[in-house]
Ligand binder design. Structure first.
Ligand SMILES: [Fe+2]
Ligand SMILES: [Fe+2]
Length: 214
């Protein structure tokens, strides 16, 4: 997180670069929604589950609008989630794929049958991603405030805090005595994926900044 904290002010100071990073965050929220839609079976989907999908989709929308706002209300540059319209969009998405895959491997020994396997993966991967979100969004909010940015991520953070509480409760319920050890292993997997995320974001930012100064 330290490396990211050091890189954020430089990114936030450049609206075009910042807009593409915000669009990358929007893409990640969107991919999170897509994973939930695929993973969750109708037999297991309750009110909290539908809320989670809607709220993550709202985060994608809010961040997309924030990216457009940074460009003075112009969509060009952040219109889609393509590589050109994001800051390391593909590399950033690899974080989510890596977490998903890591959770799949950790869950293999539990011998779940479908749809319980997908449900367990949803709970475990959401849990560790929400831990990261709860660390990332306050740091990012601080960088936004320090730079006097024209938007805030406070409302997103509020949702993520609630999601983490829900995922904590539900994973404890599901895994019981195996919970602590499994969570430690999952958090360690996530940290490796997050290091990769910081690498691709900071390298793409450095390249963009060098281009801007050239
Ligand atoms: Fe979110
Ligand atoms: Fe969330």
């Amino acid at each position: 997180m330290g490396r990211l904290a050091a890189a954020l002010p430089g990114i936030v100071a450049e609206p075009f670069l910042h807009a593409r990073m915000v669009n990358t965050l929007s893409r990640m929220e969107y991919v999170g929604v897509r994973k939930m839609l695929k993973a969750r079976h109708v037999d297991l989907l309750d009110l909290d589950g539908v809320m989670h999908i809607v709220e993550e989709a709202t985060h994608a929308l809010r961040l997309k609008k924030a990216a457009i706002k940074l460009l003075g209300g112009v969509e060009d540059g952040v219109r889609t989630y393509s590589a050109a319209d994001t800051l390391a969009g593909d590399g950033a998405e690899a974080y989510l794929q890596g977490v998903d895959h890591g959770c799949e491997e950790l869950l293999a020994s539990f011998n779940f049958e479908e749809p319980a396997r997908s449900e367990a993966n949803y709970l475990l991967s959401s849990f560790i991603i929400e831990i990261r979100a709860e660390a990332f969004y306050p740091m990012y909010e601080q960088a936004l405030q320090d730079a006097g940015a024209p938007f805030s991520v406070r409302s997103i953070l509020k949702d993520e805090v609630r999601h983490l509480a829900e995922m904590t409760e539900r994973t404890k319920e599901l895994f019981g005595e195996a919970w602590t050890e499994l969570m430690d292993a999952a958090v360690a997997e996530e940290s490796v994926c997050f290091e990769g995320w910081v690498d691709v974001i900071s390298q793409a930012a450095e390249k963009s900044l060098a281009n801007l100064q050239a």
